[in-house]
Design a protein around this ligand. Sequence first.
Ligand code: DGL
Length: 273
Amino acid sequence: MTLTDSPSSLQGKVLVFDSGVGGLTVAREIKALAPELSVDYAADTGFFPYGEKSDAALRDRLPKIAKALVDKARPDVFVIACNTASTLALDEVRAVLDIPVVGTVPAVKPAVSISKTHVIGLLATPGTVRRAYTAKLIEDFAKDVHVIMHGSVELVRLAERQAAGENVPLEAFRAAQAPLFEAERGDEIDTVVLACTHFPLVRGELAATVPQAVNFVDSGEAIARQTLRVLRTEERLAKGGGAVWLSSDASDQTRLLEVCRRFGFIDMKLVQL
Ligand code: DGL
């Protein structure tokens, strides 16, 4: 049986975690593959954005917030739907949790398999771009490929604003991704890895302002499949779902909450460190 044959047999609760609304792109893939699953969402709004935080600050923060969330939400699987966090502190988070943890890795491998020019772009946060994890991924799967990376906190912010319904000028998206294509051999890029979970939220805007024909790839569906695989290993009981957990005062987060509501996360809850 393949994973898509009978998703209705799946039970359990998944907690999808990110710094802001980006992880909703992963939650959407999980719900699409297994609509009957209980899914909660968590945004570390008190520490957003992760992309400009120091490695030390994130290494300290991530195990603590993960533990606090899991203690409250009691999921069967914890999904770190954030490249910036996963590429830095997946092991640290795993060490403090007694449930399976699924991480997010930039989709370098699939990008390499579809690129015809063998020049790919990787759009991420500055944190993900400088990670040893990302360098190793490229060494392992893109040895014969030229990889051009660009880290942009600005694009994370633009994605949050656009998702919240603001009419962000297209020019802003053009400018945010332009450094990829202005780099040496940038005009040969035919595939761009969206290595931040926020970026699939603005895939249309990026596609509309790209200077040449490119395919955009992300790891959302692969993470969803891995999550279901992990859930399948044991018998689980369905329990609730549909909550959105925040780590800061909800009164400052009305726009984020509206985006979460659109993705089906309605019941607001607070987690404190
Ligand atoms: N969504 C996160 C990622 O996938 C990062 C956003 C942020 O900088 O907080 O990398």
